[in-house]
Design a protein around this ligand. Structure first.
Ligand code: C5P
Length: 479
């Protein structure tokens, strides 16, 4: 399995060895071993490294822990929805140009679009199957419509007819293309093409206003002669204009610029707590902090202000995150309370339930009097306190590590602690079945609507998916 160490070493090899990399980054040998040990490279040095690797044909992804040939770096996927106007034929040229630009195109056509062009011509151009039928068993077996909607980085409706825009605005889902618009959680861009009067009609304007307010991007039509012989605004935008708008939107999206988490303050707890027995011993647990730290990094990538309160872990501080390092549950509690009010709290730490009340100020010695009896007292419950605080964050998420009866215990925990969601995982197994210290995780989310079981994935992927769910929540609860 890849880790920072192996990827870093592979990158060094590709760049001609240690000395060459030291020279490239203008650092000494100790800096390199420092980066390796902390599993982190300062942003400026990292950029240099990426640039030098790209010049040699390699794509370095330190978050995803991958070093791949540039030719294999993941292409961004555009789901092109073609609706039925005369401009549909222009979608063929558009799709070819988008592919030249490096995008992967998958096409979906409405029934009326097929009056103008055939799925065969689009599929010949894109090299991908073209989908059109919501109720086709073959299509559903190959690629369910929900997966089709979610598998894309961006949904582009081009050309978008007045009718389709109206359907999108009102949430109709009576064919595959409109169903995708409802099911997708990626950015949606609309390039309308229609008769100038239809474009100017207050109904079309109102529908577009609704869609823009919901976050859709509009690539406005151009002035000129339209297919119906009238002159005015309504021609599908020039392909180059569409491509530039898509480039910009995807760049903004991956930088988190259009995320509802932008500027939100998110408090995250991570790692174990250590409860001292005496100055050299403690009661602790096996939490590595990987999931909590991955969540902090994912929230920061979306432009949130993140405060990470962490127990002792062997992990680098995530970029762009305020990190408060604590040892005990009481310190974690105090640090969290001092952050309030915040918009969202995610309690991913494995907080010790008890602390030792009769520990030693000095190291406890073995004596003839026998084994010391440790007395324990309960720690404050940070998750429950945040959930019931007068300054309660709008969204409070807890974790539950259970060794049995996962769903039942997690549901009870959600009710008892009064948090909004519980991310539950089964612990106690070994290897892949375990969670502590592993790079992957298998979680079940319990929220007000029920339960969702997510497939096993890396902790980074789980973090990204949970952040998407949090984004959707903030999107729906916009004030
Ligand atoms: O009660 P239990 O420890 O199983 O609950 C787990 C959840 O509660 C986790 O989200 C954990 O971070 C949180 N917790 C807490 N403070 C405690 C104990 C647990 O925030 N003292």
């Amino acid at each position: 399995m890849s880790n920072f160490h192996t990827i870093f070493e592979a990158a060094i090899q590709q760049l001609g060895g240690r000395e060459a990399v030291q020279k490239l980054l203008s650092v000494g040998a100790s800096a390199l071993s420092n980066y390796r040990q902390r599993a982190q490279i300062p942003a400026a040095k990292r950029a240099k490294l990426e640039e030098a690797l790209a010049a040699k044909g390699w794509h370095l992804d330190l978050e995803g822990l991958q070093l791949t040939p540039l030719s294999q770096a993941r292409q961004q996927r555009i789901l092109l929805l073609i609706t039925g106007g005369i401009a549909a034929y222009k979608a063929l040229d558009l799709s070819r140009r988008l592919m030249d630009r490096g995008y992967q195109i998958r096409g979906v056509m409405t029934r009326s679009a097929m009056e103008f062009i055939t799925p065969l011509s689009l599929s010949a151009l894109t090299g991908e199957k073209v989908y059109s039928d919501l109720f086709s068993l073959t299509d559903e077996a190959e690629m369910g419509h929900i997966r089709l909607a979610r598998d894309a980085d961006l949904v582009l409706v081009a050309p978008a007819t007045a009718n389709f825009i109206a359907k999108m605005a009102h949430g109709l889902a009576d064919d595959l293309a409109s169903t995708i618009c409802l099911a997708t959680d990626c950015p949606v861009m609309i390039a309308p093409a229609m008769n100038p009067n239809m474009w100017a009609h207050p109904a079309t304007r109102a529908n577009l206003d609704i869609l823009i307010k919901r976050g859709a991007g509009l690539i406005a039509p151009e002035d000129g002669d339209t297919a119906c012989g009238e002159i005015g605004t309504g021609r599908l935008a020039d392909p180059q204009v569409i491509i530039s708008a898509i480039d910009a939107r995807l760049a903004r999206h991956s930088a988190g610029a259009d995320s509802p988490l932008q500027g939100k303050h998110i408090l995250i707890t991570s790692g174990p707590t250590f409860e001292p027995i005496d100055p050299v011993r403690y009661v602790g647990n096996h939490s590595s902090g990987k999931q909590g730290h991955a969540l902090a990094a994912a929230c920061a990538r979306k432009g949130a202000k993140v405060t990470l309160v962490t127990g002792p872990v062997h992990l680098a501080d995530p970029d762009q995150v305020e990190v408060i390092k604590i040892q005990t549950a009481k310190q974690m509690y105090d640090a969290c309370m001092a952050q309030l009010p915040v918009d969202c709290a995610i309690c991913a730490a494995a907080v010790a339930d008890w602390h030792v009340v009769n520990g030693g100020q000095q190291k406890i010695k073995k004596t003839a009097k026998g084994t010391p009896q440790l007395a324990l007292a309960e720690n404050p419950d940070i998750l429950a306190s945040l959930s019931q605080h007068e300054n309660r964050p709008s969204l409070v998420i807890g974790f539950a590590a259970e060794t049995e009866n996962l769903a039942e215990y997690a549901r009870a925990k959600r009710a008892r602690k009064k948090c909004d969601w519980i991310v539950a995982n089964q612990v106690g197994g070994t290897g892949e079945a375990g969670v502590f210290g592993q790079d992957s995780n298998h979680v079940t989310i319990i929220d007000g609507d029920g339960m969702q079981d997510w497939p096993r994935a890396s902790k980074k992927e789980i973090a990204d998916k949970l952040v998407q769910k949090i984004e959707a929540w903030f999107h729906d609860h916009k004030r």
